[in-house]
Each structure stands twice: as structure tokens, then as C-alpha cells.
Write a protein that binds this ligand. Sequence first.
Ligand SMILES: Cc1cc2nc3c(=O)[nH]c(=O)nc-3n(C[C@H](O)[C@H](O)[C@H](O)COP(=O)(O)OP(=O)(O)OC[C@H]3O[C@@H](n4cnc5c(N)ncnc54)[C@H](O)[C@@H]3O)c2cc1C
Length: 388
Amino acid sequence: MTDRFDVVVIGAGIQGAGVAQAAAAAGYGVQVLEKTGIAAATSCRSSKLIHGGLRYLESGQYRLVQESLREREILLRIAPQLVKRVAFNIPVYKNTSRSALKIRLGLTLYSLFGDFRRDSRFETVPRAEWGTLDGLDTTGLKAVFRYYDAQTDDARLTHAVMRSAQQFGAELVCPAEFLAAERHDTGWRVRYRTTQGEAECECHALVNASGPWVNHVLQRIVPAVPLPGIELVQGSHVVVDGGLHHGVYYTEAEDKRAVFVMPWRGGLTLIGTTETPYSGDPALATPRREEIDYLLRTYRRYFPKRDVDVRDQFAGLRVLPKSPASAFGRSRETIYMTDDDRNPRLVSVVGGKLTGYRAAAEKVVALLAPALPERTRRADTQMLPLDQ
Ligand SMILES: Cc1cc2nc3c(=O)[nH]c(=O)nc-3n(C[C@H](O)[C@H](O)[C@H](O)COP(=O)(O)OP(=O)(O)OC[C@H]3O[C@@H](n4cnc5c(N)ncnc54)[C@H](O)[C@@H]3O)c2cc1C
């Protein structure tokens, strides 16, 4: 007999895990198909920040900032072992392109979006303390601003969300590669491949949370649906030896882009990221020599006295709307592509942020609810603690 589910989710990155959790908590029967492993792709290669995204104010993405700040607070409450508040330092030098006034205005707006909570406020670091800032170059330094956001381990967070989904009955099949889905009157017939061979299941609704493979999956849907106009943009990180004791540093690279220098796993420093157009197989994304050089050059400029012993490097792929604009200024909002405006049975989650996964997942479930049978809600994801 063919297995039947309310919702089948393709992909167990943060978005797929989030949708599985939100749908299972809403009472639906859920199956997740993941071809490689939980958080095996983008969701273990991010900058690991749970943040509103101060820099998105520059590109006018106010709604994104506001929602992300709200989600940051929820995650700090429900996942205190996984999401930690961390100080962000913004050094301003004589030749920094963003002036102290501009940064002050940006931070004021950021704390306004954070509802002026005590921990949403910012401060300036007194000159007397500059010498203690992890070896930050103080030559030509005019001011250091400090505000607070949060940091996580993206892979561990994704595993925790998936465990929560499974506690509410979601079934994970992994490794299981989605092969095709065919629409019928009441939903979808789904074909996938496991180590045992090909298998089939039925579902009322399908969620495409395959990250950089979003169009690859959509090409396997019958009848055909339009493909979103997207571009993949690679972001690389490099990990060097040595810890940071005063939080994250928000630096400006030679091309004026923001590069974060972040404490990582106690004794390490994580530096990222880059924006390089990518057109190959998503599974093969890997940092380029010039990306690592660019990141290390920025690091050395701000921290000239620190040793540079590279311990690791990795690259992830952003899914961004196609546009002639620079990747840096392009929207980071989640896009929800549906097969039908009024009564969707297929939602593709395109782009978005780790930070906003829970809100995105709730939107996906709300979009699909009219096509799903009535079920009794089991829990509210805003209240569900996530363990380590
Ligand atoms: C460089 C970089 C830095 C970032 N930094 C941050 C940050 O600091 N903070 C933040 O909030 N956001 C950040 N983001 C964004 C965030 O990382 C992503 O939005 C998020 O991880 C995407 O998750 P996802 O589930 O959509 O995709 P993925 O994590 O890529 O998951 C997709 C999954 O689908 C599976 N899959 C694909 N095809 C199939 C198939 N046919 N069958 C079965 N399974 C399939 C894949 O194996 C994979 O596991 C960053 C992104 C990048 C690229």
C-alpha cells in the first residue's frame, strides 16, 4: 500500500526542517525527503548569525529587518543553548566609507526596529578600551560602536528543529532523493530513490525546500510550473586559529562590502563572506583562491598583529532573485512560489535567511492550509523549546 501524508517536504536544510516542524505542530502528517543529510548543504555553510541584518537597512529592506529581529528574540528564548547573544563591534577609521554619523543613524533605526529593548540599544566603546579589542588596529581609529545580535551553530540548530518536527510525528527519509511528482485531483504522487531502490508516496501538498536545487526540483514536477528567475551567488568563509574575546567585528573590505570577523567554537575565528556568481553543480561549490585571499587581506588590515593559520574554509550558495544589481544590495527576503495563487498545493521556498526560518515555515503552512484536511493543532512553534 502507498504511504499517504498531508505534506511532503523536499530537503532537510533549515527551511525544510522548519516547514516539517511547523506542519507537524499544526497537526499534519509530514514526510521529509533528504538526499544527503540534515543541514548537509547551505545550512551548515552560513555565517551562523541570528540577526536583523544591520546592513539590510542600507538597501531599504525594513520589513526583513523587523521580522528578523522579532525572530531573533524568539530564538533566544526557545533555544538558549543554541542561540547566544553576542556583541558586534563596528570600528570607524579615517578612511572608512560609512561615516560615524551614518552608522549612528543606522544603529538608532536598528534599535527602533528592535523596539528599543534594553539589549537592542547600542553604545560607543570608550577610547581607553580600544587596546583590549582582540588586537584591532587602532591607527587612525576614530570610534568603535557596539551593539548586540546573536550567533548560532547553523547545523546544530537545523538538527534541533528536525528533532522537534520528529517529536511531533514527522518522518524523515534520508538518504532519499526526490525524483518526480505528478499532480492528481487530491494532491501529488511522489517518486523518490532510497538506498533500497525507488519508492512512492501520496500527499495533499508538496513543499520544495531544496535550497540551491530549487529549479532542479521544479523541473521534475508534472504538470510543469514556471521556474523562478534566480541566480546562485557563492559566499565563502575561512576559519583561522585564535579566539576573539569581545564578540564579532563588522569590517569593511576594499570594495566597501561588509565582512564579519567572528568568534567560532572557542579558539577559532570565522571570517566571511564573499559574493561570487555561481553556475555549476550546487554540490560542488568550493571557495576560490581569490575569495580566501580577499577575506584574509581584510582580516590582516584590521588585525595586523594576529597570526593567520588557516584551519578550514567552506562555501555556501545564496539563492537570490535574478537582477543586474550587485548581489550585496539584492533582496534577502524569502520568496514563496506557488503552483496556484488561490489554492496552492505546491510551495517552493526560495532564498531567505536562517534567522527567519520559523516565520517562513509558518507562512508556508498557512499558504497550504486550504488544501489540507482539518487537523488538531498540537503546539505553537513560538513556544516550542529547541534542545541542543
Ligand atoms: C554564505 C552564506 C552566508 C549566510 N549567512 C547567514 C547568516 O549569517 N544568517 C542568516 O540568517 N542567514 C544566512 N544565510 C542564509 C541561510 O544560510 C540560508 O537561507 C539557509 O541555510 C537556506 O536553507 P535551505 O533549507 O533553503 O537550503 P539548504 O540548507 O541548501 O537545504 C536544501 C536541502 O535540500 C536537499 N535536496 C536538494 N535536492 C534534493 C532532492 N532532489 N531530493 C531530496 N533532497 C534534496 C539538499 O541535500 C539540502 O540538504 C547565509 C547564506 C549563505 C550562502
